[in-house]
Write a protein that binds this ligand. Structure first.
Ligand code: ADP
Length: 596
């Protein structure tokens, strides 16, 4: 934990030294602040001689100068002390905030960088809402802590030590009496720390649940409405929100104990100081000025103690935040890249699966032994019952997941030997639904290849049969589309999806039944666009409607985790196996169904 924090603030060492200096000056000024008053009380109002070092300080004035002159020097000293303290405090405040902000900035970048590289497997098992909450709120608490309290703790400790020194120097036995209760206070604070951290962890967990519930509810708002689940969603929020309230109240009931305990301790100490101090002054062994310094110090002495305790709270929050950030940063389900990974300019598109074994959970294999070979430029269809693993197979080609056995080779080289970005660059997707981002149509198409020029994008849109409807829109290519493309029809979204793959111009194309969700009118336009797109590329398509793959060079039937059949349409029909059975159910509704 300490190493983690040290790593975070290391780049800001220079600033920290600067801040520390400012804080030292603040401490010194706060130590010096009550002394002018002491001088006035004891040596101006009273008749006490200045102590030798103060005499040295006030030297010239003390020689023959009037007492009032003395007082004015003390007053000026007081103002100077305050101004110096204020300036140091300004510098300290500004620079500490800057360290806090930059630490948060670095953390956010590091975390998002890591999140972008985590395997999809991570997202299958972690809630987006919780991740969101960590990257916003948890980092913010760490920032709050770094901005306010990192060095305060050091300075507080230093202030306490210096004050104790001065107090002992003034009157040691009196100091002992004055501070008799302090050990109990420190004991209490340290016990208290553990409790606060536990409660804080609980609060953060519940808070991130809220984000998770809201995020999920809003993301699927259409389904929620369609199924009339509004109340159920509200009830979910109600539940987590209530849990947050009770967790927060429980945490507060612990934290709120601190302030009264400190206040009572301060009152007790002050009472002792007043009572004993008055007696000592009457006995002539203490001056009024000294008692004043004591009283001022006592108030200040407990401020750092109190601060230390509030810092305890901030430390607890930041520690919990750091725990949650680290839980993400330390997850190593990143798809690993080899140090000397290959970066091919372009691939021919020869794809081979050799005895591939894979399961999302390695204990539950989905693919038990899958082997096939797709030659460059071939058009291949995957067929099989739902849940057989067709989508799983195609998601292994761009290495969204790593296989547990066997190998996948593209152009004869294991996919694990390519640099991920370079490998994925070679693959274009058109899925059942095209996900669009909030932005212009132009930006959405350029998502396929950000370096594409405007004319390349328009060319691609023409090829994808999208140019016409885009030009009819109010701002043409610069029209904004809503979140997830909500302002476009399904067919229009698919054609933008195709244009996106056209600009990408990748040799391997993966199609997951891009026309499945369309009406026959838009289907024709999409199929027409697809046919142009497929020319000269290796095309892998997952077919639900067998008519779409009739002309395929190879039809691979997946069943029960293995390749059950492999051949052309005619070969498979004459084999009269699974494919023939599926074909009959789709095209001759009266025929007997085959068990697959
Ligand atoms: P198909 O595309 O043939 O319908 P899939 O490849 O989608 O089949 O799914 C194959 C099996 O893997 C199914 O049993 C499904 O429940 C499971 N599965 C699919 N995606 C995931 C995932 N992200 N995490 C865990 N299991 C999954």
């Amino acid at each position: 934990m300490l190493k983690f924090v040290a790593g975070l603030i290391r780049p800001y060492r220079g600033r920290l030294v600067f801040i520390l200096l400012a804080m030292l000056i603040e401490t010194l000024t706060s130590l010096a602040a009550p002394w002018p008053l002491k001088v006035i009380l004891d040596s101006v109002v009273g008749n006490r001689k200045l102590s030798p070092w103060l005499h040295h300080f006030f030297g010239p004035a003390a020689e023959g100068g009037s007492k009032l002159h003395f007082a004015s020097i003390a007053a000026v000293a007081f103002v100077l002390i305050s101004i110096t303290g204020a300036a140091a405090s300004y510098i300290d405040n500004y620079y500490t905030e800057s360290v806090g902000q930059y630490v948060a900035h670095d953390l956010r970048r590091r975390m998002y960088h890591h999140l972008q590289r985590l395997s999809l497997a991570y997202y299958n098992t972690h809630q987006t809402g919780t991740i969101l909450s960590t990257i916003t709120t948890d980092i913010q608490t760490i920032q709050g802590f770094a901005s306010s309290s990192t060095l305060d703790i050091l300075v507080d400790l230093l202030t306490i030590v210096c004050m104790l020194g001065l107090m002992f120097w003034l009157n040691w036995d009196f100091t002992l009496i004055a501070l008799a209760v302090t050990p109990f206070l420190l004991l209490f604070v340290s016990r208290f720390k553990k409790e606060v951290k536990k409660a804080t962890r609980e609060v953060r967990k519940e808070q991130s649940e809220i984000v998770a519930v809201v995020q999920q509810g809003l993301e699927s708002i259409q389904v929620v409405k369609a199924f009339g689940h509004e109340r159920a969603e509200e009830a979910l929020l109600d539940e987590v929100s209530h849990a947050t309230v009770s967790a927060a109240l429980k945490a507060r009931s612990v934290k709120a104990l601190l302030s009264p305990v400190v206040t009572i301790t301060v009152a007790l100490c002050t009472a002792v100081v007043l009572w004993r101090g008055a007696a000592l002054i009457l006995a002539g062994s203490m001056t009024v000025g000294e008692l004043t310094v004591y009283l001022a110090y006592l108030a200040r002495f407990f401020k750092p103690v109190k601060d230390l305790a509030t810092t305890t709270n901030a430390i607890a929050q930041a520690a919990v935040g750091a725990e949650r950030v680290r839980a993400i940063l330390d997850t190593d389900t990143v798809v690993p890249e080899k140090p000397n990974a290959l970066e091919p300019e372009s691939l021919a598109g020869d794809i081979e699966f050799q005895h591939v074994v894979f399961g999302y959970d390695p204990r539950v294999p989905i693919l038990t032994d899958v082997s096939f070979r797709i030659k460059p430029g071939q058009f291949v269809g995957f067929v099989g019952p739902t849940g057989a693993g067709k989508s799983t197979i195609v998601s292994l080609i761009p290495r969204f997941y790593d296989v547990q056995g066997g190998a996948i080779r593209i152009d004869g080289i294991n996919v694990a030997d390519y640099r991920l970005a370079a490998l994925r660059q070679q693959i274009g997707y058109v899925l059942q639904e095209t996900v669009l981002f909030r932005g212009t149509i132009l930006e959405n198409i350029a998502f396929g290849r950000p370096s594409a020029t405007r004319s390349e994008i328009i060319e691609a849109a023409k090829l994808a049969n999208a140019d016409e409807f885009i030009c009819r829109m109010s701002n043409g290519y610069d029209t904004m589309v809503g979140e997830r493309g909500s302002t476009l029809s399904g067919g229009q979204r698919q054609r933008i999806g195709i244009a996106r793959v056209v600009v990408r111009n990748s040799p391997i194309l993966i199609l997951d039944e891009p026309t499945a969700a369309l009406d026959s009118e838009s289907e024709k336009l999409v199929i027409d666009a697809l046919e142009r797109l497929m020319k000269g590329r290796t095309v892998i398509t997952i077919a639900h409607r067998l008519s779409t793959i009739r002309d395929a060079d190879q039809i691979i039937v997946i069943s029960k985790g293995v390749v059950a059949e492999n051949g052309t349409h005619d070969q498979l029909l004459s084999r009269d196996g699974i494919y023939a059975g599926l074909y009959r159910t789709q095209f001759q509704p009266g025929a007997a169904k085959v068990e697959i």
